[in-house]
Design a protein around this ligand. Sequence first.
Ligand code: FAD
Length: 470
Amino acid sequence: MNTLLLKELEQAAGKNYVFTSSIDRELYSYDATKERRVPEAVVRAVDAGQIARVLALCSRHGIPVTPRGAGTGLSGGSLPMCGGVVLDCSGMNKILELSPQHMVAVVQPGVVNGALQQEAARYGLFFPPDPASLDMSTLGGNVAENAGGPRAVKYGVMRDYVLGLKVVLADGRIMDTGGRTIKNVAGYDLTRLFVGSEGTLGVIVEATLRLFPIPEHKAAINGFFSSARAAALAVQRILTSGIRPAALEFLDNSTLKAVSRMGLHVPQGAQAFLLVDVDGPEEVTIRHLERIRSLMMDHEDRALQTHASASPEEYEEVWKIRRSVGPAVHSLGSGCIAEDIVVPLGSIAAMVERTAEIASTSGLYICCYGHSGDGNLHVNIVYDKERQDQAKHAWDTAAMIFDAAIALQGSISGEHGIGMIKLGFLARGIDPVALDVMQRIRRLLDPAGILNPCKALPEPEAGMIPGDAP
Ligand SMILES: Cc1cc2nc3c(=O)[nH]c(=O)nc-3n(C[C@H](O)[C@H](O)[C@H](O)COP(=O)(O)OP(=O)(O)OC[C@H]3O[C@@H](n4cnc5c(N)ncnc54)[C@H](O)[C@@H]3O)c2cc1C
């Protein structure tokens, strides 16, 4: 970035909020993918007006802008792949309003998910979206990725909780969408368009989020199974039993081995694990837990053993294995492709089996675990990062996993987004007409192509969009 442009940027953003030293730029060169790309400048966002001035300037000069929350993204969304400016929104971290009466919170984008959970709890409320990164990731990043977590099986994902947004568009205009009502059908649903848009359509500067009453009681049960198929069949039985679990998590054999390496006890012969969480009035959760135990045990392919919680301490104990999966899997190798395919509910068993087949032919260590209650499985492919041939083989294997999910009418991403990591794979599983419409919407909202370029959608072919050079 030349000196003249830098001066203009400082005028737009405020001199104290622009950082160009190599240390500052290095600090914004990474995210949770462990890939690196150094920006030319960093702007710390302070308010909508400042962001509007920065975006208008960058649009005029064609400077790429990468919005960033906490940088916990797993698809490279906050990496400045095309250089330019990283716009750090983490400092805009105020809960502007928490209304128990309307059961909504109005937040700035840099509020950490867990901070909202804590504040809402003071009013007997909770915010259901619970990505495992909730103590680090920001609500702006959660909206931009349409994040979800174990509770999605019962409560849904971010998109189900965003009632309204304030967004700064690429040309510097500030737009309000939606509001604070649960129903609203006046005009197109622009709020939903921005949820999951991965920082490519505008910068989220405020979100109005729906809150729920904290469930009176929660309880959990886990079970070990002698095969992944037996566990997957139990998942089907639970999902069709009429009970709506608050979480339904699955671990395959490779994941159990990783967990047992950390010193946690896994019974002999266990090849798969399920964790089921229920919430609601105490007497209902007790009844549901008993019924779920029977759905796990009273069948030909019964669980080897189950453990249900009867106290808050035991509840944590029942969850312990599931909570240890992240560190256990990431300690397995220097490289790990952490994928998040999703399949329809009836295809979970088939996807688990196909993943095991792909693992055995690839020769790579693959852990498959995750949110089996909503069909969202994390397939983690472990490899040696120092070996170029293994990295390529791991990505070829990931492509087979994506194809398997698509063949089952699933999708290549249920949570983490496309970012830059899965850009080359998106066209495989998406209708070409839908992709064309998405590219046109992006171009309409960001004609200069400054917002998070090289991410989320492949570039349209030249000449396909009006204004493009043929
Ligand atoms: C240990 C760990 C566990 C995780 N578990 C889960 C999980 O269970 N479920 C899940 O869904 N994800 C999970 N993730 C992924 C990640 O935490 C989520 O994608 C999260 O939503 C990213 O939030 P962030 O604040 O870190 O955003 P960043 O990583 O900084 O950015 C993510 C994307 O959002 C865009 N963005 C950020 N702020 C704004 C804004 N204000 N306006 C417009 N665009 C913006 C960025 O440009 C980028 O494209 C996990 C990650 C880690 C490291």
